[in-house]
Design a protein around this ligand. Structure first.
Ligand SMILES: *[C@@H]1O[C@H](CO)[C@@H](O)[C@H](O)[C@H]1NC(C)=O
Ligand SMILES: *[C@@H]1O[C@H](CO)[C@@H](O)[C@H](O)[C@H]1NC(C)=O
Ligand SMILES: *[C@@H]1O[C@H](CO)[C@@H](O)[C@H](O)[C@H]1NC(C)=O
Ligand SMILES: *[C@@H]1O[C@H](CO)[C@@H](O)[C@H](O)[C@H]1NC(C)=O
Ligand SMILES: *[C@@H]1O[C@H](CO)[C@@H](O)[C@H](O)[C@H]1NC(C)=O
Ligand SMILES: *[C@@H]1O[C@H](CO)[C@@H](O)[C@H](O)[C@H]1NC(C)=O
Ligand SMILES: *[C@@H]1O[C@H](CO)[C@@H](O)[C@H](O)[C@H]1NC(C)=O
Ligand SMILES: *[C@@H]1O[C@H](CO)[C@@H](O)[C@H](O)[C@H]1NC(C)=O
Ligand SMILES: *[C@@H]1O[C@H](CO)[C@@H](O)[C@H](O)[C@H]1NC(C)=O
Ligand SMILES: *[C@@H]1O[C@H](CO)[C@@H](O)[C@H](O)[C@H]1NC(C)=O
Length: 736
């Protein structure tokens, strides 16, 4: 699963919650052996009414009058398919049918400021595209809080005429000229308590991502004074179309996600931003987000997705299909520091987002291992983590707890603690918000505090509220951001690039249960990085409305700031091409364009058969000697090669660049390489007379190495533009 606003250690709680919801739903139904399946049938065929086609297919499998009751939803606006309650045997029969491309169970998926745009060198005074108010960004998320100041439509004109969507003005939800469309999807089961049966966001995540893409300028935004400044999105004049597919406490179902893609594509959005992921790599066409993105790409819509929050392990990417853009999360130069002051005057600096602290009041210190609730059966070895219910509330009451490991702080709060020191050496590079004042410290610092607590008669400590501090090491990819290589196509580099995703301030839903009543909140995730790229993509689109999704992606990738491989040991597998640079992306010089047929060739080369490819594409395009390709021929703006350690390697890549800069320009190739790798580019000089003229070249990689990874780069330059592509040769397999 991917793209979470919740750090990974919180996910355990949300996963448990999701499992519980499912169990309850199952217990209440008589169809214990059936589950929701997606039957994907490829491109639409105009001849038939899709719904009756779907009913007919179901009827062939379910030989009773109940067939219709099993149909959950028919997709039929932008692609063909349906969702139905099926037994595994029924699903098997359907998957063998000619009309069917793939059948897979619907999974529950997860969701994955002010300062961030300026940090990237993209000030609010940047030039604005002539078509910015015509650009529509579709947000597949938790909905939106339309009353947010960031989403105010004052001064906006009517929606662009191409807009074909609607607004589900249900339950006190109305659109405006900023939020021009809004729908909600809950096709399986009842909506759980606390959720609104409308596009209204009761969670906060969707309002946060939407305002990061397209929020208007709001001065003096902050979380109780923290991160104060002007909040803004990348394209303040652009329009939003909201598709609520994720529900508080439930997650996001594949059926709802696909239904939203089906509508969004038909509604006429220009960009789709999706900060959602699933936990396991799949076949591209047994994955709702990859399927939806493919059909979006066919209609010229770029899908920007979050890479996933399952890092830092390798092969942890969750969104990585070649037709979408996959975004990693990196830091900005602001961090949130919390001081722990001890009775002996020593001060330790940890991380957390505390909007309030102990106001300098010293409270007694207590180690959680010394406060187990023994009547409930807990011992030192379990209470030391401060888990909910493990602590004897008489002891920590009114004190500062020392906890081994990080948690959401609920256990400490329930036990009456005034604050907590949490010790961890992993995943403490972002600051999170807790249920009480907390400082997250490394184990070494915590050990010193423990020593003080043991050696002192009446040990006391005080936790401060957060202070903003400068982080000179930024940007670096945060630990939780999912890493490559690409689990399905290792020779295609993913993620594509990195963008700010750590401690980002943006609009919030005042109905959020954990952080109620605040209009702006600070959260982290690749979920937050993705909308920065969606906003930058919309920015390029606002100048170049006809550019293809691949051309926009290429512009974003080849102009990205190079990132440091010493600060990011996974190098390209952490940051792809580098760090988003929105202003430079406006003027890329050359772009690597890709058309639908190029993806088809790539899929042929992957072994997809003519039969199911022609279903996916909707024409009889088949894999032939001409329509066939390898991943090395897909016109991607990056180069990856999986090799065997110590064996000579050689690979040839075909690429075509399109002149998106001035006329009469001449580009020269230069290569930055590492030892063990020889890069040859032929021809190494490309001259263009006309705008949008295309020129092809061949890149050959050769060498031999025992290293795990060699990073290199190809740069085309005409003296003005630098068109940079990363090259990565690696010997990493999934089981290492
Ligand atoms: C394509 O077809 C083959 C054989 O017909 C099948 O085994 C495979 O699973 C199909 N692939 C997809 C992605 O549906
Ligand atoms: C509609 O929602 C807004 C925002 O929460 C609230 O201020 C207003 O009172 C609501 N109106 C009704 C009739 O519920
Ligand atoms: C869903 O809601 C309906 C109407 O309130 C109720 O009759 C039904 O039992 C609910 N189903 C489940 C699975 O909770
Ligand atoms: C800290 O001080 C502020 C302002 O003086 C006050 O509003 C707040 O209640 C105090 N908090 C605590 C935990 O004492
Ligand atoms: C210990 O746990 C039990 C069972 O959860 C609870 O009833 C009791 O109040 C707890 N005791 C203290 C002192 O927290
Ligand atoms: C903790 O202290 C040990 C011993 O001084 C040192 O080797 C180690 O690098 C420290 N760890 C961190 C995370 O600073
Ligand atoms: C502090 O004392 C506890 C027992 O009360 C012990 O478990 C712990 O190891 C001691 N810590 C240090 C740093 O001495
Ligand atoms: C496509 O190319 C691959 C190898 O690159 C080959 O194995 C396959 O047979 C080709 N398919 C067709 C239809 O030519
Ligand atoms: C580009 O070069 C051609 C041929 O050399 C020349 O005719 C044309 O005027 C040049 N265009 C520009 C914009 O310089
Ligand atoms: C790789 O390691 C093997 C065995 O140690 C050695 O024989 C070989 O020369 C090394 N190759 C390179 C390119 O360093």
């Amino acid at each position: 699963m991917a793209c979470n606003f919740v750090p990974r250690y919180f996910l355990l709680f949300s996963v448990a919650l999701i499992l519980m919801t499912n169990l309850i739903a199952h217990a209440n139904t008589t169809q214990l052996d059936k589950k929701a399946y997606i039957i994907y049938m490829g491109e639409l065929e105009n001849r038939v009414s899709v719904q009756s086609l779907h009913e007919n297919l179901l009827g062939q499998v379910i030989t009773s009058d109940l067939a219709l009751e099993r149909l959950i939803h028919s997709f039929g606006k932008s692609f063909n398919g349906f969702a139905a309650m099926l037994s595994d045997e029924e699903a098997d029969i359907l998957s063998d049918m000619d009309e069917v491309v793939s059948v897979f169970p619907s999974q529950k998926r997860k969701l994955h400021t002010t300062r961030s745009w300026s940090f990237m060198g993209f000030p609010s005074s940047s030039p604005r595209g002539p078509f910015e108010s015509d650009v529509i960004v579709g947000m597949l998320d938790t909905g939106i809080w339309p009353e947010s100041e960031s989403l105010n439509d004052a001064g906006f004109g009517q929606p662009p005429s191409k807009w074909a969507g609607t607004c589900d003005s249900n339950h006190n939800f109305t659109c405006n000229n900023k939020i021009i469309g809004a729908r909600f999807y809950h096709l399986e089961g009842n909506i759980s308590k606390g959720n609104s049966p409308s596009p209204r966001d009761t969670e906060g995540h969707g309002s946060h991502t939407s305002s990061t893409v397209a929020g208007r300028l709001v001065a003096d935004a902050s979380l109780s004074g923290l991160a104060e400044g002007t909040a803004r999105g990348g394209v303040p004049s652009a329009r939003l179309a909201v598709y609520k597919v994720c529900w508080d406490g439930e997650g996001c179902s594949d059926v709802d996600i696909l239904a939203a893609f089906d509508d969004a594509i038909a509604d006429g959005v220009d960009i789709i931003s999706i900060s959602i992921g699933g936990s396991y790599p799949n076949n591209y066409f047994s994955n709702s987000i990859a399927i939806g993105s493919f059909h979006a790409m066919k209609k010229g819509i770029l899908v920007s997705s979050s890479a996933g929050n399952d890092g830092p392990g390798r092969f942890s990417l969750e969104n990585f299909a070649p037709w979408m853009i996959s975004v990693a999360a990196s830091t900005i130069d602001r961090k949130f520091v919390v001081q722990v002051k001890l009775g002996n005057g020593q001060v330790y600096k940890g991380k957390a987002i505390n909007t309030y602290g102990n106001n300098g009041t010293m409270y007694p210190l207590i180690y959680a291992a010394n406060a187990p609730n023994t009547t409930a059966g807990f011992s030192q070895s379990s209470s030391r983590y401060c888990g909910e219910g493990t602590l004897d509330s008489k002891l920590p009451k009114g004190k500062v707890l020392i906890c081994d490991g990080i948690s959401d702080g609920k256990g400490a709060k329930l036990a009456g603690a005034m604050g907590a020191i949490m010790a961890t050496n992993d995943m403490n590079d972002a600051a999170y918000e807790f249920q009480l004042p907390v400082s997250v410290l490394g184990s070494n610092d915590t050990a010193k505090i423990l020593l003080y607590a043991n050696m002192t008669e009446d040990p006391v400590a005080s936790i401060s509220s957060s202070e903003e501090a400068f982080d000179g090491a930024a940007p670096y990819v945060i630990s939780f951001s999912s890493r490559g290589p690409n689990p399905i196509t290792p020779n295609l580099l993913k993620p594509d690039l990195a963008a700010p995703g750590v401690d980002i301030l943006a609009a919030w839903s005042p109905l959020n249960k954990n952080k109620p009543g605040v209009p702006y909140n600070i959260i982290s995730g690749t979920s937050m990085a993705c909308p920065h790229v969606s906003g930058a993509a919309a920015y390029i689109k606002s100048f170049n409305p006809t550019w293809s999704p691949a051309a926009i992606r290429s512009a974003l990738m080849t102009t990205a700031y190079a990132m440091s491989s010493t600060k990011n040991t996974d190098a390209e597998f952490a940051y792809g091409s580098g760090h988003l640079n929105p202003l430079a992306a406006l003027n890329p010089g050359l772009v690597y364009d890709i058309e639908e047929i190029d993806y088809i060739k790539f899929l042929c080369g992957l072994g997809y058969t003519t039969k199911n490819l022609s279903r996916i594409t909707g024409d009889s395009s088949s894999c032939t000697s001409k329509i066939n390709g390898t991943v090395f021929d897909l016109n991607y703006p990056s180069f990856a090669l999986s090799i065997t350690k110590g064996k000579p390697f050689s690979a040839t890549y075909h690429r075509t660049v399109t002149n998106a800069g001035g006329t009469n320009s001449t580009y020269e190739a230069s290569v930055i390489s590492g030892s063990g790798l020889k890069v040859n580019v032929e021809p190494s000089i490309l001259s263009f007379q006309n705008f949008w003229e295309k020129k092809s070249f061949v890149v050959k990689l050769e060498g031999e190495t025992n290293k795990t990874m060699i990073s290199a780069a190809l740069v085309w330059s005409d003296g003005v533009h630098k068109v940079r592509s990363p090259i990565v040769v690696f010997n990493i397999s999934p089981n290492k």
